[in-house]
Design a protein around this ligand. Structure first.
Ligand code: ZN
Length: 557
């Protein structure tokens, strides 16, 4: 009898490939590994069903979860397949510890007990240092932290300052390392799928809303997302192991130079790496930033058109060169559009989100001069919110081109949500409002199209106008902000359905830092997946533009 274990998984670190092939070797069972671009299948044969069951259980204990794992299946077959797969002797990527090494480090009878330099062919950082039992040292550092010390520490991937979450955090930007997932779920709004991602071997950061009292005198703490992760190397893990015994389950961690009372520098930091940050929807995980554990990508030597770079990077990562692809480009920083690419017709900009206004008074003027309703709307706004009208009329911006995020910034200012005239900060405020909304539905904001010189653009003024109308109707800040974000996603889903009817595209790809908004990402993933195959970047950050995938080859095709 043959057992087939299927893993829908592909990542450059080859963690699954390595663990599965190691387990197969150790088991002395007859078996095969078969690998394609998107999955690995492990086949094992035995006459003894109990042995096979034991093997499968063993695998499930030793195989870490990964953010790159999409699905698993188990089947029973009659015979082994013919083909076999030879594991490449690839270079190891710097990854957090695997379950097998963790067991060794926490096992009192193991020679690697409390040895942070323990690693294997799957995991670790190839760091230099003296291999020994450091239990006394870790206990000492934990005591010092528990007494209130800030500690300068070398992790395996960089220099940091750590300590107990305290008023020290008031003046710095910091992240949180947690002892375990249970502590995170107790103090944050973490979802089930986020919890699974946090526990993965990549140990990503995830931005969460927390009710922990971190910043005592900080204004607006309830709106701010704080990044949480589990320990991603043995220095942090063993420190937290000791702190947990003292009743401490969270550490702040920062790169900002702080005054410190103690230090723990047993590691020589060879190369500094930035831990990855992820955003998680019901079915997908995307990488927002960071490089730890990811393959390195060449920088482009040619000038890169940002939206082409990101669009092309998703096509390359999924090998869609021969398909007809529709791309949503939604960066906070660059040009936004919907592109269509096909082998026969090349590349088309189907819809542009570009607009050019230099001040709010200019926007007001155009709204008032468009038609009677526009003039009346502005008059009502002026009467109702005269002070706000005076204030925002003075706001100007020197961005050459406005995109969706900047339009949201302008709306945030006009509706009086933002205290600044900075478009990014203002848009951020609107996003935070939307995140804090607890209802199910916001007002319907009009995202409509307009033709200018036979090209199709989004009409930003209609978006602004409907938002102003709802403000005048007394819709509250959180609900209205939610409507602005929600209606945009619904608009996109509608556009994609229409494009599919016209272009019969095979897939839709989405990229850009706006996907970092968890609400937008989840809703987009859910709504668009109903009628389309939707893909995101795999191992590249969603705004990973400065890479070799400049997109020029798409333009030339
Ligand atoms: Zn290991």
């Amino acid at each position: 009898m043959v057992l087939e274990l299927l893993f829908e998984y592909s990542a450059s670190s080859l963690v699954y490939d390595k663990v599965l092939s190691r387990k197969l070797q150790e088991s002395n069972l007859d078996g095969r590994l078969v690998k394609t671009d998107t999955e690995i299948k492990l086949y094992v044969e035995s006459q003894d069903a109990v042995k096979l069951e034991e093997f499968a259980n063993d695998i499930s204990l030793e195989l870490p979860h990964s953010i790159f794992l999409k699905n698993t299946e188990v089947k029973v077959l009659e015979t082994l397949p013919e083909s076999d797969f030879v594991l490449e002797k690839s270079k190891k990527l710097p990854l957090s510890f695997c379950p097998s090494c963790l067991n060794k480090v926490l096992d009192e009878t193991s020679p690697d007990y409390y040895n942070p330099f323990c690693e294997c062919e799957v995991c670790g950082y190839d760091a230099d240092g003296t291999q020994k039992n450091y239990k006394t040292e870790f206990a000492k550092i934990a005591n010092s932290i528990n007494d209130g010390s800030v500690v300068k520490v070398n992790t395996f991937y960089g220099e940091y300052y750590i300590g107990k979450v305290s008023p020290v955090c008031n003046d710095i930007s910091f992240d949180i390392v947690s002892y375990d997932l249970a502590s995170i779920s107790k103090y944050t709004n973490v979802t089930k799928t986020e919890t699974v991602a946090l526990g993965a071997i990549e140990k990503p950061f995830i931005g969460l809303k927390t009710n922990l009292q971190f910043k005592m005198d900080f204004e607006g703490v309830e709106e701010e997302l704080i990044r949480f992760k589990l320990a991603d190397d043995f220095i942090l893990h063993l420190t937290l192991e000791e702190l947990h015994k003292l009743g401490v389950n969270f550490l702040f961690i920062t790169k900002e130079k702080l005054e410190y009372q103690d230090e723990f520098l047993i590691v020589d930091v060879k190369k500094t790496l930035e831990p990855i940050e992820c955003v998680v929807s019901e079915h997908n995980v995307i990488i927002l930033s960071g490089d730890k554990g990811l393959p390195s990508f060449e920088l482009s030597s040619e000038p890169v058109v940002p939206y082409l770079g990101t669009f092309n990077s998703v096509i390359k990562e999924h090998d869609f060169k021969d398909k007809t692809v529709v791309g949503l480009n939604m960066s906070k920083d660059y040009h936004n559009n919907i592109l269509v690419y096909g082998k026969k017709f090349g590349l088309i900009e189907y819809l542009s989100f570009k607009s050019e206004y230099s001040s709010i008074s200019e926007i007001f003027e155009v709204i008032a001069s468009t038609n009677e309703t526009g003039a009346k709307l502005l008059q009502n706004y002026k009467t109702e919110f005269s002070e706000l009208y005076e204030k925002v009329s003075a706001v100007s911006f020197d961005d050459k081109e406005l995109n969706i995020y900047k339009i949201w910034g302008i709306i945030s200012i006009i509706l009086g949500y933002s205290k600044t005239s900075d478009l990014y900060e203002s848009a951020d405020k609107l996003e935070n409002n939307a995140k804090s909304f607890l209802g199910a539905k916001g007002p319907r904001i009009d995202y409509k199209l307009q033709n200018i010189k036979s090209k199709v653009y989004l009409d930003p003024l209609m978006v602004i106008r409907t938002a102003m109308t709802f403000k005048l109707a007394g819709v509250d800040d959180l609900c209205l902000s939610y409507g602005v974000v929600e209606s945009f996603v619904e608009f996109l889903a509608g556009q994609l359905d229409e494009i599919k009817q016209n272009m019969s595209n095979d897939v839709v790809v989405a990229s850009g830092s706006l996907l970092g908004n968890k609400h937008l990402f989840s809703k987009l993933d859910k709504e668009v997946s109903v009628n389309h195959e939707l893909y995101f970047n795999k191992e590249l950050p969603v705004d990973g533009i400065n890479i070799k995938y400049g997109g020029n080859d798409l333009l030339n095709s």
